[in-house]
Design a protein around this ligand. Structure first.
Ligand SMILES: [Zn+2]
Length: 188
C-alpha cells in the first residue's frame, strides 16, 4: 500500500506546487482541488506558461493533451510536462494522473480541499446554525461546512461532493492508495 496521506493537519507541502491543466482537462479540476491539490486551468499557449514562469515560488506540473511539438518545447524549458489522452475515460485519466502527482511530491489530502472558484485552501465552519452564507434550509441539515476566506463562498458535503468523493475513492482503491477513514461524515 502506498500511504500518501498526511498524519496531522496542514503538514503537507502542497502549497509549494501548482498543477496546470490544459483546457481539455478542465473537468479534472474539481477532483484535484477536493484532494487539496492547487490546480489551475491554462489554455494551451506557450505564452501562458511563460507568464506562469514569472511565479518562481511554486513547482509547476503541467498536464497537456496537445501534440509532441508543444511537449518538446515545454520540456526544453525544463517544465514538468505530462501528456494525457483527451479521449480517456475520467477514471482512467485519474488513474494516470494521481500516481504522477504523488511521484512529484504532492500529498493527496482530503482535509484541505481547495475552493472550486479561486483555488484557495478552504476553512471549516464548525457551527453553521446562524451562518448567513449558507442557505437557511440547508443549514438545518448540516453540522459543519467549508468556506473560502477569499470568495466567502460555502461548501458542504452534499450529492455533488459525494459523487466526486466516490469516484476518487474507487480510483484510489484501484491504485492501492491508502484512504483515510472516515473521510466525509465529520469535519476532517
Ligand atoms: Zn474561493
Amino acid at each position: 500500500m502506498i500511504n500518501s496521506f498526511h498524519k496531522t493537519k496542514h503538514d503537507n507541502n502542497n502549497d509549494n506546487y501548482l498543477v496546470i491543466l490544459d483546457g481539455s482537462l478542465g473537468h479534472l479540476k474539481p477532483f484535484l482541488r477536493i484532494m487539496g491539490i492547487p490546480t489551475i486551468i491554462s489554455h494551451i499557449s506557450l505564452r501562458d506558461y511563460e507568464l506562469c514562469d514569472q511565479d518562481n515560488e511554486n513547482k509547476k506540473i503541467i498536464f497537456i493533451t496537445t501534440g509532441i511539438e508543444v511537449q518538446n518545447i515545454l520540456k526544453k524549458h525544463q517544465k514538468k510536462v505530462y501528456y494525457l489522452e483527451r479521449t480517456m475515460l475520467l477514471s482512467d485519466v485519474l488513474k494516470k494522473l494521481i500516481p504522477v502527482l504523488i511521484k512529484e511530491g504532492l500529498t493527496i489530502d482530503f482535509s484541505t480541499p481547495r475552493c472550486q472558484e479561486c483555488n484557495q485552501k478552504l476553512e471549516i465552519i464548525y457551527d453553521v446554525s446562524d451562518n448567513p452564507i449558507i442557505p437557511e434550509n440547508t443549514r438545518k441539515h448540516l453540522k459543519w461546512a467549508y468556506y473560502c476566506p477569499q470568495c466567502n463562498k460555502a461548501y458542504w458535503v452534499g450529492s455533488h461532493w459525494n459523487r466526486i468523493n466516490k469516484t476518487l475513492r474507487n480510483v484510489l482503491e484501484e491504485l492501492r492508495i491508502k484512504l483515510p477513514e472516515p473521510w466525509q461524515e465529520k469535519p476532517p
